[in-house]
Design a protein around this ligand. Structure first.
Ligand code: CP
Length: 306
């Protein structure tokens, strides 16, 4: 990787991605290795999380390291007005690695510029979620046997969805075709369409979520409409139930289709889908452990110990 921090998936070359996924595969074979003995990692979560924080903390524990940190910034001195800069400088005194989620876009990059301690971006506002992209790509590789030439349909909040943004950039190395399904209010930003255009990556845009689109897909990536990203809650109310995937919509889908979702879900995947062999979102979250073990080793320069 170009930097020892992982703040954005665009730092990762195709070779970087394939190396991290191969290391994730090794961690799936054996997640318990004492690679981080004597090291301390800090998890700083200024925004709520279940999977990202717990899978990073599990990864650190399974690798023999120790964890400090917080899951509620209101219990820290940031509630007294301490700046992000000072918080990062303080934590850098204590930890060998900082894993940070923050509501401000660019917060992880900023943190990486003021400390020599590696920073892993665990989500910065609506911008990026690179470790999610890597676990998503690991899940795609595990279910499809390849990352190449796949048709990926991204559904829901494509405007504020940081997991969508990171996945588009990560998959761009592997000749994908994208279908973007979103209401007008949440459509994919021009920046990402320009990115695809620049790399001659084919894509289509849709407002209707139809079986015809599902039936053309290898990966169906559902996302939640994120209430916390709306300043106008009336706008949220208009779009919150816009798409709901139901089991009967999968009847004529490809055998290899797998349904992914970064989670949490609200109601965009009906519970009857959970019984389908095409539902992969619970295993996907499990894969987060292996991908994050590989990411931690990558940023700390410990790949030789895997
Ligand atoms: N996918 C994801 O980021 O989930 P959490 O918000 O629970 O960490």
């Amino acid at each position: 990787m170009k930097s020892k921090s992982l703040v954005s998936i665009d730092q990762c070359s195709r070779e970087d991605i394939l190396r991290i996924l191969e290391n994730a595969r090794k961690f799936e074979e054996n997640p318990n290795r004492k690679i981080l003995e004597g090291k301390v990692a800090a998890t700083l979560f200024f925004e709520p999380s279940t999977r990202t924080r717990l899978s990073f903390e599990t990864a650190i524990n399974r690798l023999g390291g120790r964890v400090i940190g917080f899951q509620d910034a209101s219990t820290t001195s940031s509630s007294k007005g301490e700046t992000l800069k000072d918080t990062i400088l303080m934590v850098s005194n204590y930890a060998d690695l900082i894993i940070m989620r923050h509501h401000l876009e660019g917060a992880a990059r900023y943190a990486s510029e003021i400390t020599d301690v590696p920073i892993v971006n665990a989500g910065d506002g609506a911008n990026q979620h690179p470790s999610q992209a890597l676990l998503d790509m690991y899940s795609i590789l595990q279910t499809q046997g390849t990352l190449e030439n796949l048709t990926i349909t991204l559904v829901g909040d494509l405007k504020y969805g940081r997991t969508v943004h990171s996945l588009i950039v990560g998959m761009s190395h592997f000749r994908p075709t994208f279908h973007f399904v979103a209401p007008e209010e949440l459509k994919i930003p021009e920046e990402y369409k320009n990115f695809c255009d620049g790399l001659c990556i084919p894509y289509t845009e849709h407002k209707d979520f139809t079986e015809e689109i599902i039936n053309q897909s290898d990966i169906l990536y559902m996302t939640r409409v994120q209430r916390e990203r709306f300043t106008d809650l009336e706008e949220y109310e208009k779009v919150k139930n816009v798409y709901i995937l139901r089991k009967k919509m999968l009847e004529n889908s490809r055998d290899n289709l797998r349904i992914l979702h970064p989670l949490p879900r609200v109601n965009e995947i009906a519970y009857d889908v959970d019984d389908s062999p095409k539902a992969y979102y619970i295993q996907q979250a499990h894969n987060g452990l292996f991908a994050r073990e590989a990411i931690i080793c990558e940023v700390l320069g410990l790949n030789h110990l895997i």
